[in-house]
Write a protein that binds this ligand. Structure first.
Ligand code: ZN
Length: 376
């Protein structure tokens, strides 16, 4: 390894476990269930400003922090400040090197482990000003857990980054998520005809029956290697003695292959349309694309740079295809190629969520190495 190489490896070696854990625990202590990010937003503005970034916030609460580079180029580092669900008052416990909760709430390692890593990176860059690195645009979004709400509404013209990394996935350390699916939300309204079920049922059109027949033949669950689909909620009807006139179904479909997804949506739609037609009912079939698939080839820059850093630290690179999206789907769709990296989080969104301190430290070392390694 060159003299420069040794310097770079040393910067990653300066990741301070106690400081990183302390930062993480402080972030976890600030309640931030998705949709309620005001307090954590203020905390992050303060921290990134104190660490030398120029910080701004958009109307919906996304925080942008820019740290000047000491060499040309700009890299995007993406995290999100909201946590899944409604849990507040999270009380972390450390046991045998693992940070977890008492089991009554999530931990919020998704994605505060990612943010803590970014803050540690900044701390190291500040105290090692001779280390060369590109300008860094930290984007910390709101509403990620409610369908990438923050990134979808973000004005990307304010960013200069030519590529980026999303610090926001589970999976083993060394995992590089290069392929994520498209996700579509479905809302299906069935309109039958409401009548008195005891007096004149023959004049009605039972929307529950239409829904049942549609769902019974609809392809659902795992469709193929790339595609899944679900009907998750069903609501309708008014009383036991009324033929139900309205039913609403909510569901979703995802695929890593856009054509397969389109075929799946068409199959779901025709199941509805055939059932409706048999009974003389009508329907609305609404789809909303929440995020779009991306696939980053291993020859592309974010993949190459992540892989190089991971290997420098003596870890194996695991190419990972994810079942869900991140803000990275949005950045990729808008022309900033990104891969997503593991932060060490395990069982995210569950009361068993936890993170090994060792993994959080290694994820941070990978981040530091990516940013400070010599350009190709
Ligand atoms: Zn997340």
């Amino acid at each position: 390894m060159s003299a420069n190489g040794q310097t770079r490896a040393l910067l990653a070696d300066q990741v301070d476990t106690d400081r990183l854990v302390k930062t993480f625990l402080e972030l976890v202590a600030v309640d931030s269930p998705t949709g309620h990010e005001e307090e954590i937003g203020k905390e992050l503005i303060k921290r990134f400003t104190d660490l030398g970034c120029s910080v701004s916030q958009d109307e919906i609460g996304n925080v942008f922090a820019v740290y000047s580079g000491t060499r040309p180029d700009t890299v995007l580092l993406s995290t999100h400040m909201d946590t899944a669900g409604k849990d507040v008052g999270i009380k972390p416990i450390i046991e045998d090197g693992i940070i977890k909760t008492d089991g009554s709430t999530i931990l919020g390692a998704d994605d505060k482990s990612g943010i803590a890593g970014c803050l540690e990176l900044l701390t190291l860059l500040r105290s090692n000003q001779d280390v060369k690195h590109p300008a860094i645009e930290f984007v910390i979004s709101v509403g990620e857990e409610s369908g990438l709400v923050g990134s979808r509404q973000m004005d990307l013209s304010r960013l200069n980054a030519s590529y980026g990394f999303v610090m926001d996935t589970a999976g083993v350390i060394g995992a590089v998520t290069y392929w994520a699916p498209t996700s579509v939300y479905l809302t299906i309204e069935l309109h039958g005809k409401k009548v008195h079920a005891g007096v004149e049922p023959e004049k009605g059109i039972n929307a529950v029956k239409v829904a049942a027949e549609a769902i019974a033949v609809m392809p659902l669950g795992r469709i193929d290697e790339e595609t899944v689909a679900n009907i998750g909620t069903i609501a309708g009807g008014e009383a036991r003695n009324i033929v139900p006139g309205e039913v609403v179904l909510e569901g979703m479909a995802r695929s890593h292959d856009q054509e397969k997804l389109d075929a799946q949506l068409a199959a779901m739609r025709s199941a509805v349309s055939e059932a409706a037609e048999r009974h003389g009912a009508t329907f609305d079939f609404d789809t909303e694309e929440i995020y779009r698939t991306y696939k980053i080839d291993e020859s592309e820059r974010p993949y190459r740079e992540a892989a190089r850093a991971i290997e420098t630290l003596g870890i194996e690179v695991f190419p990972r295809k994810s079942g869900g999206g991140t803000d990275g789907n949005f950045f990729n769709a808008k022309g900033i190629p990104c891969v997503a990296l593991a932060t060490g989080m395990v069982d995210e969104h569950a009361a068993t969520e936890h993170i090994a301190i060792e993994d959080m430290v290694m994820a941070c070392k990978i981040l530091v190495t990516i940013v400070t390694q010599e350009p190709e």
